[in-house]
Each structure stands twice: as structure tokens, then as C-alpha cells.
Design a protein around this ligand. Structure first.
Ligand code: HEC
Length: 302
């Protein structure tokens, strides 16, 4: 038994050693205060709407969000949730139901989605409906890779769950692009980001490495890595309806991060409310149990 445990420990130590050797260091992510963090955290609805706009006008050119249907955008806690119908809407509508929500319906109708097969077995295009998932930019992975220098842009629905410190990482990454350090030489079509995983030691210019390709003494290996996505956000690239909101990389990145945190956990607010109710329930139970304990043992000497 103990041999197995030792073998396991050795195996873990070795594999983590290999993992460390294969990658360089990345810059520690910056931590931000988000409206959705903490036990009382909530998504800022306007930030969600702006974030969806940034996703749609910028990121959607390359990234899908396959887990999100139009109707999800009108769910409670979502960017386009309506408690009541706007004035003038027919009485028969219940706009808190996303399938009746006029904003969701209008949005879905702006898209063309593939449906079928029809009676003759052919696929056809039709106008989007609230129940459709939001269509992605590419028909398949090969097309995605061909359009992006061989790299496949990952689906973004769950990206903030798939990375450590998800929202902080995403925000750091999006606004973290800088010129590559002097000591390295990048391949064309690749872009430097200090927060991205990678190993910059392999990209050091020949004058900074020895015969075996190892960095010379005193040469600092820069943080981060290179990726095939160039900085997607630049100041002014998205025109916000609300003029009081800055049109800066910082703001776009914050908004799209809020939106992509919501896509990864649309039911977060319900979960937190449930958590608070459970805590309250446990507290009340604890008081009842304590009082009954007092009552039951009161007649017995101890
Ligand atoms: C022109 C195409 C393009 C656009 C526009 C684009 N991306 Fe990307 N993105 C890519 C590609 C390609 C990759 C994969 C990079 C690689 O593997 O080298 C990627 C990777 C990513 C990753 C993964 C990083 C990681 O840790 O693995 C995230 C997150 C991301 N993009 C977010 C966004 C967001 C948010 C936007 C919109 C603000 C956006 N992207 C816009 C092409 C794009």
C-alpha cells in the first residue's frame, strides 16, 4: 500500500516537473472588483447589454458562444430580461417569458440560421427564432483554423470557467497586449501577451541563447506567451448607445468579461439566493436543535 502511495507521489512530482519545464512564467493576473463577485454579487444589466454588443460586433467574427440561445438573453438575470411588456404590446403577451420578449424576438430575427432538412433532404436558411442557439462564425473547425493561421478560436460560452481566475484573467488578457520585449523575435501572425501561457525562452533572439538554445546568464526570459489572436479591442471600435460610457479598451473589456461570465453561469444569482436561504434554514434549525436539547435534558441531572 505504502509503495503505491510513494509511486503516486513520485508520479505527481514528475508530471508537475514536466509541466513546469514545458511552460514559461505568465504575468500574475490583476484582480478586479466585479459587481458579480461575493455572496451578494449581481450582474450589472447594462454591462451585460454592452458586453453582448462588444461580443457581437467584435468577438463574434471569430468566436462562437454555442451554449447560448437567443431566449437565454431574455431569462431572468440576463441582458434583455423584461419584467413587463413595453407599452402598446398585446395583452396576450407575457414578456417575462423570453419567447414572448420583443427584444429577444427582434434580435433573433436579425440573424439567419440554418435549418432542415426539408422534404427533399436539403438544408435551408431561415430567420432566427428565440429558441435558436446564436450562430457561430464558422461552419466547422477546419474553416475556423484556415481563417486564423491554424489556430482555432475557442468557443467562449464557458471560457471564464475554463481558466483560473476566469474573469480577472480574461480582462487582464484583453487589455494586456503590449509590444514584444526587445529580447525576443516573434513569428509573423503571432502576437505577444504577458498573461498568455507559453514559453518565451524558445523565442529569444539567437544572441541571447547559448549553443543548446538555453538563455545566457543574466538574460531575463519575459513573462507570457504568443497567440494567434491579435489584440481584438481598440479604443472606439464599438459605438455604445449610452454616450456617458467611455469607449475604451478598458471599458469594452470589462463589459465583455461581464457578459462572458454570465454566459458561463447564467443562473449565478439564483444560486446565490438559494445559498443564502439554505444558510438561514441551517441557522434556524441550529436554534431549534439547541432549544430542544435544553428542553430534553432539563429533567436529567448532569
Ligand atoms: C480575428 C479573429 C478573432 C477575434 C475578432 C477575436 N478572437 Fe479571440 N481568439 C482568436 C484565435 C485565433 C484564438 C486562438 C489563439 C491561439 O490559440 O493562438 C483566440 C483565443 C481567444 C481566447 C483564449 C485565450 C486562452 O487563454 O486560451 C480568448 C479568451 C479569446 N480569444 C477572447 C476573445 C474575445 C473576448 C474577443 C472579443 C473582444 C476575441 N477573442 C476576438 C481569434 C479572434
Amino acid at each position: 500500500m505504502s509503495k503505491i502511495i510513494i509511486a503516486l507521489i513520485v508520479a505527481c512530482a514528475m508530471s508537475s516537473g514536466v509541466a513546469l519545464a514545458a511552460g514559461g512564467k505568465t504575468k500574475p493576473v490583476e484582480h478586479y472588483h466585479w459587481s458579480f463577485s461575493g455572496i451578494n454579487g449581481k450582474y450589472d444589466k447594462e454591462a451585460l447589454q454592452r458586453g453582448f454588443q462588444v461580443y457581437r460586433e467584435v468577438c463574434a467574427a471569430c468566436h462562437s458562444i454555442d451554449f447560448i440561445a437567443f431566449r437565454h438573453l431574455g431569462d431572468k438575470g440576463g441582458p434583455f430580461y423584461l419584467e413587463e411588456c413595453p407599452e402598446g404590446a398585446p395583452d396576450t403577451l407575457n414578456c417575462s417569458n423570453p419567447n414572448d420578449n420583443p427584444l429577444v424576438k427582434a434580435l433573433a430575427a436579425e440573424y439567419e440560421v440554418e435549418d432542415g432538412p426539408d422534404d427533399s433532404g436539403d438544408m435551408f436558411m431561415r430567420t432566427g427564432l428565440p429558441s435558436d442557439t446564436i450562430p457561430g462564425p464558422y461552419a466547422n473547425e477546419q474553416q475556423a483554423a484556415a481563417a486564423n493561421g491554424g489556430a482555432i478560436p475557442p468557443d467562449l460560452s464557458l471560457i471564464t470557467k475554463a481558466r483560473k481566475y476566469g474573469p480577472d484573467y480574461l480582462h487582464s488578457l484583453l487589455k494586456g497586449y503590449t509590444d514584444p520585449p526587445e529580447t525576443v523575435e516573434l513569428d509573423p501572425g503571432t502576437y505577444y501577451n504577458p498573461y498568455y501561457k507559453g514559453d518565451m525562452a524558445t523565442l529569444l533572439k539567437p544572441v541571447y541563447v547559448d549553443d543548446e538554445g538555453k538563455p545566457l546568464e543574466g538574460v531575463d526570459v519575459p513573462y507570457g506567451g504568443v497567440l494567434k489572436m491579435k489584440a481584438p479591442l481598440v479604443d472606439g471600435i464599438v459605438d455604445y448607445i449610452d454616450d456617458s460610457v467611455p469607449e475604451t479598451v478598458e471599458q469594452y473589456s470589462k463589459d465583455v468579461t461581464t457578459f462572458l461570465t454570465w454566459t458561463a453561469e447564467p443562473k449565478m444569482e439564483a444560486r446565490k439566493t438559494m445559498g443564502k436561504i439554505s444558510l438561514l434554514y441551517l441557522l434556524i434549525m441550529a436554534v431549534i436543535v439547541y432549544l430542544s436539547y435544553k428542553q430534553i435534558w432539563s429533567r436529567i441531572d448532569h
